[in-house]
Design a protein around this ligand. Structure first.
Ligand code: DAT
Length: 176
């Protein structure tokens, strides 16, 4: 049971890298005045990691340090947590879990052209999307009725997703 005393909701924005988490979270934060927290940036900024992973070309995050760092803010409420993983956050933190999804060919172009991903890093991320790893992880970690999958293939999808989520935030009621 999610027991909480927060006055504003917490949203988890997850999905494979490149699906649009940061873009969508940032626009949603502008529309709702929720606080956008990009976990990868936070990890870098506050050194919440255990070093660099050469194989995956990213920091090995220290999940306990990340959760400790976020606990007070999450208790207060009003956060959008943006991260490409979701199984280590406490379940009680979130009122809504959004999994962004992108067609494989669109994601391939985004990651190779805009991000310059190549080789193993590119194939790992495309496979992550093909096998819907984040959607499965979200469904296993949170009650299914708070998990929503949203398509993020084009700019119109971003606007529609931000509008839908803004409506959701405005109609959210604190637990009585
Ligand atoms: P993430 O935070 O999931 O890694 P991002 O928001 O940084 O993704 O977006 C990666 C790139 O793709 C960036 O150049 C913006 C673009 N993009 C994201 N979602 C999109 C969409 N639905 N339509 C068009 N471009 C999109």
């Amino acid at each position: 049971m999610a027991q909480n005393s927060r006055k504003r909701p917490n949203i988890l924005m997850t999905g494979t890298p490149g699906t649009g988490k940061t873009t969508t979270s940032s626009l949603l934060a502008d529309a709702t005045q929720l606080r956008h927290i990009n976990v990868s940036e936070l990890v870098k900024e506050k050194n919440l990691h255990q070093g660099w992973d050469d194989e995956f070309d990213c920091h090995v995050i220290d999940e306990d340090l990340v959760c400790d760092e976020l606990e007070d803010l999450m208790e207060e409420g009003g956060n959008i947590i943006d991260y490409h993983g979701c199984d280590f956050f406490p379940e009680r933190w979130f009122d809504h879990v959004v999994v962004l999804q992108t067609d494989n060919s669109v994601l391939y172009d985004r990651l190779s052209n805009s991000r310059g991903y190549m080789g193993r890093k590119l194939t790992n991320n495309i496979e992550c999307e093909i096998f819907q790893v984040l959607l499965e992880e979200a469904k296993e970690s949170y009650q299914e009725d708070i998990v929503v999958a949203m398509q993020s293939n084009c700019v119109d999808d971003i606007s529609n997703n931000v509008a839908t989520l803004t409506d959701w935030v405005r109609s959210w009621q604190p637990a009585s």
